[in-house]
Design a protein around this ligand. Structure first.
Ligand SMILES: Cc1cc2nc3c(=O)[nH]c(=O)nc-3n(C[C@H](O)[C@H](O)[C@H](O)COP(=O)(O)OP(=O)(O)OC[C@H]3O[C@@H](n4cnc5c(N)ncnc54)[C@H](O)[C@@H]3O)c2cc1C
Length: 346
């Protein structure tokens, strides 16, 4: 992992910076990639997308959930947004993370939270609920939860991370579920995941092709990579795979023109729309993924007000954090929670 990537990942995990940024609000350049923190913001954003024949999948940002009340608050916020999407008749669904709903400290509570969300979504015209995938060590939680829910609900699905050696197993396990296919955003060990861009791209393409040929449900191909997108278009045409069977997805604020052009070509398209106060970690991870993303927001990000609040703390916090994290992550016998703090990324 490069130094620049490490730098932004360290920023994303810095509790002090996340808390401070939360108070300042998502108006520091991050508003280009986060759709606000008030309900009217999300309604306005999704409406604008829908007018362009683009659907939305809403992610309520939440970085640090440590106790029951925070997990319940996160669930209530998700329910509130779902209600607003439904009442406004918007073409949108939800992307949720089990970590946000308490799975790291109370599995029963997390399941109750998820169940309430999925059950409520069912009553909203079977609104889809996607379980985003996070670190590999939380993957079992996702599959276990899905396995419990999928006999009762048809509005659940998850994400396949192509960098995982195990991706095929998951793909084969869920041909009947709606799935999103991604390259994968977390730092994983070479024992469980491909490390180079070439290997990951190749496996991604192979999995997409396999899925498109065998799927019994809708497939979302979530990437900003025009080479992959062009490959998928050609493959679908060659194999007579109807456009109704799959879609492309991108993150809000990235490659907007390309997204709109693809939607105009008649492909289904969904934009992943992050919403809420906890914008800082998400924003830093997008910079870690692609430092060129800095140009998206650079002018606003370096406004004096922003720098005054975050600048000094960022430098000191990050350097200290990097040093501490490096030594922690390097320890072979680290505890699960240390390990998660070290490497949590998306
Ligand atoms: C909708 C959505 C949902 C996701 N959900 C998850 C999830 O649940 N779990 C998970 O682990 N990961 C998730 N991810 C992240 C994903 O795994 C990748 O980390 C992320 O999408 C970066 O990979 P990429 O395929 O977009 O292209 P990259 O490999 O980052 O880029 C490939 C090439 O595409 C071009 N490109 C990329 N971005 C841009 C840009 N902004 N402007 C111009 N050119 C560009 C460049 O030529 C670049 O070299 C999600 C991604 C999306 C889009």
């Amino acid at each position: 992992m490069g130094l620049v990537k490490n730098f932004f990942i360290a920023l994303s995990n810095n509790t002090f910076l996340n808390t401070t940024a939360k108070k300042v609000g998502p108006s520091l350049g991050a508003n280009k990639v986060v759709a606000g923190n008030q309900l009217p913001d999300i309604v306005r954003t999704i409406k604008r997308l829908n007018e362009k024949n683009i659907a939305g999948t809403v992610d309520i940002l939440g970085e640090f959930v440590h106790n029951r009340q925070e997990a319940i608050d996160a669930k209530n916020e998700i329910l509130e947004v779902m209600k607003v999407l439904h009442e406004n008749n918007l073409d949108a669904h939800m992307s949720i993370k089990l970590s946000q709903l308490g799975i790291e400290f109370d599995r029963a509570l997390a399941y109750d939270n998820v169940y309430e969300i999925v059950n409520t979504a069912k009553s909203y015209n079977n609104m889809h609920i996607n379980f985003d995938t996070e670190k590999y060590d939380s993957l079992f939680d996702v599959t276990q939860t899905l396995d419990r829910l999928k006999s009762e609900f048809t509005n659940v699905g998850t994400v396949i991370q192509a960098y995982l050696f195990k991706a095929d197993v998951l793909l084969d396990k869920y041909p009947d579920l709606r799935l999103r296919l991604v390259k994968g955003a977390y730092k994983e060990s070479p024992h469980i995941a491909y490390q180079t861009k070439d290997e990951i791209d190749q496996n991604y393409i192979r999995l997409i092709e396999k899925r498109l040929l065998q799927a019994k449900n809708f497939t979302s191909i979530a990437t900003h990579d025009h080479n992959i997108i062009n490959h998928v278009k050609a493959f679908a045409e060659e194999h007579h795979i109807d456009k109704s069977k799959f879609e492309f997805q991108m993150l809000y604020g990235f490659r907007t023109e390309l997204a709109e052009q693809i939607a105009k070509e008649g492909y289904h398209f969904t934009i992943y729309v992050p919403y809420g106060d906890d914008w800082f970690g998400y924003f830093m991870r997008r910079l870690a993924e692609r430092p060129q993303n800095l140009t998206l927001a650079f002018k606003e990000f370096v406004k004096p007000k922003t720098l005054a609040v975050l600048g000094g703390a960022a430098v000191v916090g990050t350097l200290l954090g990097l040093i501490r994290k490096k030594s922690k992550c390097n320890k072979q016998n680290e505890t699960k929670s240390q390990h998660q703090r070290c490497i949590k990324t998306l």
